[in-house]
Design a protein around this ligand. Structure first.
Ligand SMILES: NC(=O)C1=CN([C@@H]2O[C@H](COP(=O)(O)OP(=O)(O)OC[C@H]3O[C@@H](n4cnc5c(N)ncnc54)[C@H](O)[C@@H]3O)[C@@H](O)[C@H]2O)C=CC1
Ligand SMILES: O=C([O-])CC(=O)C(=O)O
Length: 355
């Protein structure tokens, strides 16, 4: 026979389940249970997603909840974070999920994080360029990065919000202003360009799982520069194939924007790419050797202050930024075009903060 106090406690617990308190982001029974488990000190990394209720944010949150390297997952948005958090928290994987809604909860969302992934901001509609998003997204990225500088200045930042060619310089300037800038820890996510390049190579009879196309430069139009001469396994292409692949990789984003016809841009393939990239960052943090991916980072590879190339990821973020390697004539011409456009986009981001 159970002593009476235990019975009362069990009744109270069952009653709390049947009549849960009105959902509040930090007060619900769900979040309290999560807090208890997190205090157990489960090994793994603490990851925040800013913009977690969006088209990218939701599948990204789901996939990060499935990642065994993640012990705590913070989901922040200015809308709908409670619903997404409740939903994701029912997945029977290891990571503890907590939700945070609105600016007043940004600091709580960021405190103690090892990795912050940012897909917050508006997406394109048909007819727009990524640069058309600058007006709205620049301010969003600025605010979020000010929060990071204050609450988790040592976190690795994966910046997805467009235009990446400008938002990464914005983030760098915000961190410089706050005195927390570490170029090794700020990475613009260009992984989707690599994922697309590997996929589109299947038209040439290659299995995407076996292909590795380095994509360098930046993340918009001609700044997206696939280096097909360096594809692995080594393959030779006709000029017609090179033209087709380069054009399709550079315009992959627009292809999705037009197909979605006003309902946004790539979300599912982007979430896949973001998780592939975040997982690489976490494996680097764990100390795995030889983790190499392309990203838009602070760089001395060209005369520009930021450039996307392969980088080696380690315990402190970027351990090494790789050079471009040998380029053919077609790629050299592409590089000059890419640098010209990139210079303007980088400058636009820098002056947004410096004024
Ligand atoms: N780097 C890349 O390869 C790619 C980048 N993108 C970019 O990712 C961004 C997000 O795209 P989607 O998820 O499709 O857009 P979405 O509109 O579906 O979601 C964006 C989310 O950000 C949230 N948000 C807005 N302001 C915020 C703030 N101040 N703090 C926190 N959250 C905020 C919104 O509430 C929304 O839930 C866009 O800028 C898009 O261009 C999209 C695809 C690929
Ligand atoms: O095209 C867009 O606007 C979204 C994006 O960056 C991509 O899909 O590569």
């Amino acid at each position: 026979m159970q002593p009476i106090p235990d019975v009362n406690q069990r009744i109270a617990r069952i009653s709390a389940h049947l009549h849960p308190p009105k959902y509040q982001m930090e007060e619900s029974s769900v979040l309290r249970r999560a807090n208890c488990r997190a205090k157990g000190g489960a090994p793994g990394f603490r990851v925040a997603i800013l913009g977690a209720a969006g088209g990218i944010g939701q599948p990204l949150a789901m996939l990060m909840k499935m990642n065994p390297l993640v012990s705590v997952l913070h989901l922040y948005d200015v809308v709908n974070a409670p619903g997404v958090t409740a939903d994701i928290s029912h997945m029977d994987t290891g990571a503890v999920v907590r939700g945070f809604l609105g600016q007043q909860q940004l600091e709580a969302a960021l405190t103690g994080m090892d990795l912050v992934i940012i897909p917050a901001g508006v997406p394109r509609k048909p007819g727009m360029t990524r640069d058309d998003l600058f007006k709205i997204n620049a301010g969003i990225v600025k605010t979020l990065c000010e929060g990071i500088a204050k609450c988790c200045p040592r976190a690795i930042v994966n910046l997805i919000s467009n235009p990446v060619n400008s938002t990464v310089p914005i983030a760098a300037e915000v961190f410089k202003k706050a005195g927390t800038y570490d170029p090794k820890r700020l990475l613009g996510v260009t992984m989707l360009d690599v994922v697309r390049a590997n996929t589109f190579a299947e038209v040439l009879g290659l299995d995407p799982r076996d292909v590795d196309v380095p994509v360098v430069g930046g993340h918009a139009g001609v700044t997206i520069l696939p280096l097909l001469s360096q594809v692995k396994p080594p393959s030779s292409f006709t000029q017609e194939e090179i033209n087709y692949l380069t054009d399709r990789i550079q315009n992959g984003g627009t292809e999705v924007v037009e197909a979605k016809a006003g309902a946004g841009s790539a979300t599912l393939s982007m979430a896949y790419a973001a998780v592939k990239f975040a997982d690489a960052c976490l494996r680097g943090l764990r100390g795995d050797a030889g983790v190499v991916e392309c990203a838009f980072v602070s760089s001395q590879v060209t005369e520009l202050p930021f450039f996307a190339t392969k980088v080696r990821l380690g315990r402190n973020g970027i351990d090494e930024v790789y050079s471009l390697g040998p380029l053919n004539e077609y790629e050299r011409i592409g590089l000059e075009k890419a640098k010209k456009e990139l210079a303007g986009s980088i400058e636009k981001g820098v002056s947004f903060i410096r004024g």
